[in-house]
Design a binder for this molecule. Structure first.
Ligand code: ZN
Length: 440
């Protein structure tokens, strides 16, 4: 290669090199512009967004004065009168700030309105009849909602907070699987309603689960104690009789109640007012608790047919008052002493009069065996059996008689239950001696 050619090649190489460098520089400059353009675009977008957000109010939260309107939580006892719900409005900033330039209305003015109960409603799902906890909701009225959007926009907003209504059980409260009354006593031998469900607690105060028989009724409780079914075991198509006991209460009436309760049997007690002494208060309560019937046999066992209207009424009323005082129930049946009835008695009885279809003559024989035999030889479906619980022999007889009658297929019911099972509506002043099945 010549010297000249070498120089030309070197110059060309340099020129190429320079061109390459210029291109690289140009690319670099171009990139800077692109970045700058991107930044500008971003800024524009951001600003536009902010303006838009501000216009739509989404950014207001951080700019507005915020009043907190909170519903007050309350507590009450089930079924008692419910107090009015209340709410409290508070604001921690400058309350003299004007929120409506035209009227000069300030945050303080709005607070005053809210704290006097204006501009909102308080509602609650709990009506106070079922224990539990229920939210108390605040709903702003339409008028206030409109003002917040139209007049006070960008100036003030209201944050509402729910309260809570606690409805306490009217009897007491749970203590594990027991239920403690507010007086500190545990519920025993009784039902309690809690949270809309029914529970039963036995004589030790323990919550009942599984099956329980009480009178003619079988209760079924879930494992958590809720009452899930109630079935009556009285079969209206099967034979039944009513045992009735007159002239008591007596010293061994309580023992008779034991036999009846043990055997799921019911009986009717026609009591003499003057025999219902204060010492029998608990006995009468127990009588009705085990589904026996407390009934009226006059106050002093006089033959009512020989008395005046006024005297008949007082004989009956004074006894009913005593029964009511001790058992809490209104006696619904009268057995006139000696079964003596005339028009005057009918007019003044004020309740159905119950006689009998089997007279055991227990008061005369005073012999348990004779009483039992008399019943078992004569008994038929629908009978009303007359006995007297003031005699030892009758108490002794009843212990066996209850089992014998049940074994013979009789259900032992009260007089009212027997009448109801036979579809008889008892009328005041009328007499009834049996509820036999009539041929249809
Ligand atoms: Zn009598």
């Amino acid at each position: 290669m010549s010297e000249q050619k070498k120089k030309v090649n070197a110059a060309a190489k340099r020129l190429k090199q320079e061109a390459k460098m210029r291109r690289a520089e140009a690319r670099k400059q171009n990139g800077k512009w692109k970045i700058l353009a991107a930044v500008v675009v971003c800024l524009v977008i951001f600003t536009a967004s902010a303006v838009l957000l501000k216009m739509t109010g989404l950014l207001n939260n951080t700019l507005n004065a915020r009043i907190v309107l909170a519903a007050e939580s309350m507590s009450m006892v089930q079924d008692e009168e419910q107090e009015d719900f209340k709410a409290q409005a508070t604001y921690s900033g400058n309350t003299s700030k004007v929120i409506n330039g035209n009227t000069g209305f300030t945050i303080q003015d709005l607070l005053d309105d809210l704290n006097s109960g204006q501009g909102y409603e308080l509602t609650c799902d709990g009506d106070g009849t079922v224990e539990g906890e229920y939210p108390i909701h605040i709903t702003l009225k339409e008028d206030l909602e409109d003002r917040l959007v139209l007049e006070y926009r960008n100036k003030v907003e209201i944050e509402v907070r729910d309260g809570e209504l606690e409805v306490k059980n009217k009897y007491g409260e749970w203590d594990g699987k027991k239920f403690k009354r507010y007086d500190g006593e545990y519920v025993k031998d009784d039902f309690v309603e809690s949270g809309g469900e029914k529970y039963y607690f036995d004589s030790n105060g323990e919550m009942k689960t599984g099956e329980m028989k009480k009178g003619f009724v079988t209760y079924e409780f879930a494992d958590d104690g809720r009452l899930i079914s109630v079935e009556t075991t009285l079969d209206v198509d099967k034979p039944m009789v009513a045992l009735t006991y007159d002239d008591g209460p007596g010293k061994r009436t309580d023992e008779l109640l034991d036999y009846l309760e043990e055997n799921n049997a019911h009986a009717t007690f026609f009591m003499i007012g003057q025999n219902i002494k204060d010492e029998y208060a608990e006995l009468l309560q127990r009588m009705v608790d085990i589904d026996c019937e407390a009934a009226n046999h006059s106050y002093s066992h006089q033959q009512l047919t020989k008395l005046s209207d006024k005297k008949i009424k007082s004989e009956i009323n004074e006894t009913s008052e005593k029964i009511k005082k001790f058992s809490g129930i209104d006696a619904g049946l009268l057995r006139p002493p000696y079964g003596a009835v005339n028009d005057t008695v009918r007019e003044n009885a004020g309740m159905p009069m119950i006689l009998w279809s089997i007279d055991t003559l227990d008061w005369k024989t005073r012999n348990a065996k004779s009483t039992i035999d008399h019943v078992m030889e004569n008994v038929k479906d629908g009978d009303i059996i007359l006995m007297h619980d003031i005699h030892d022999s009758t108490i002794d007889a009843s212990k066996k008689l209850i089992k014998k009658l049940q074994k013979a297929g009789y259900q032992l019911v009260t007089v009212s239950e027997l009448a109801e099972a036979r579809g008889v509506e008892l009328e005041p002043g009328e007499t009834y001696a049996e509820f036999w099945k009539r041929d249809e």
